[in-house]
Design a protein around this ligand. Structure first.
Ligand SMILES: C[S@@+](CC[C@H](N)C(=O)[O-])C[C@H]1O[C@@H](n2cnc3c(N)ncnc32)[C@H](O)[C@@H]1O
Length: 235
């Protein structure tokens, strides 16, 4: 069908390098964040995740208690900073053969996270001082380090992936890179799933990953207002 002149004009106004002037960047961001919150809410209603934990450590403990204590695990943390969460997991995972790997530049966020500027959460370039020789640090941008790490990393263990990099770009990169390694039973823990100020980051990365890769999940739990969410990979 040949489009009418009016249709052609409407199409040219909407699809082309002009429409964005009618919807300036701050408004686009606000609309995007509002829509992401609505998408998060719709996903939560379907998923059956229950926000029954007050603190993130309570959620971590529930995740840990759901895993066998007599089998060595791989715990991969993306976004370590000064090591608050890695320290918790190091103390909570007792098997001597469990491996913990912390990925970070240790120089803070590589780009702005909404109003939180690039460089936030820097650890001054230093890895945390945690007394646990099962921990390895992989220092650098995930985009530079994760591919080479995966080429030599041992596989086959139950894996907990802790996603605490805040950013859409970082979270989506990690999920897509780890996809070939993830197995049913592995666990994903998100730290900013239900972020209000930056709703269009971790949740959106998860949603886009799920859409592209077609995985499904079982809910494990969440903290108040779904800030942190834990899921078990079902397929
Ligand atoms: C919120 S902090 C992590 C907090 C930490 N898990 C805790 O509980 O204290 C986010 C971290 O993600 C790191 N980060 C974000 N994107 C990254 C990327 N693409 N590559 C490497 N590090 C990244 C930042 O350097 C920062 O240290």
């Amino acid at each position: 069908m040949v489009p009418s002149p009016l249709r052609r004009r409407v199409r040219a106004a909407l699809v082309g390098p002009g429409w964005h002037r009618a919807v300036p960047a701050p408004l686009r961001r606000a609309l995007g964040a509002g829509l992401s919150l609505a998408d998060t809410s719709a996903w939560l209603a379907e998923s059956g995740v229950v926000a029954s934990h007050e603190r993130r450590e309570d959620l971590y403990a529930a995740v840990r208690d759901g895993l066998a204590d007599d089998e060595p695990l791989d715990y991969l943390e993306f976004g370590v900073s000064t090591g608050a969460s890695l320290r918790w997991w190091s103390a909570a995972l007792h098997h001597p053969a469990t491996r913990l790997v912390g990925f970070d530049t240790f120089e803070g966020l590589p780009e702005d996270w909404g109003k939180v500027g690039a460089g936030a959460f820097t650890a001054g370039g230093r890895v945390p001082d945690i007394d646990d020789d099962r921990i390895d640090y992989v220092v650098g941008l995930f985009q530079d380090t994760l591919g080479p790490w995966l080429e030599t990393a041992p596989v086959g263990r139950r894996t907990i992936v802790h996603l605490d990099a805040d950013l859409y770009s970082s979270t989506l990169f990690v999920l897509a890179s780890l996809a070939p390694r993830l197995r049913p039973g592995d666990v994903l823990v998100f730290d900013e799933f239900g972020s209000v100020r930056n709703a269009d980051h971790e949740f959106r990365a998860f949603r886009d990953f799920t859409t592209a890769f077609g995985w499904s999940y079982e809910p494990l739990g969440a903290t108040t207002a779904y800030k942190q969410v834990a899921l078990r990979v079902a397929r």
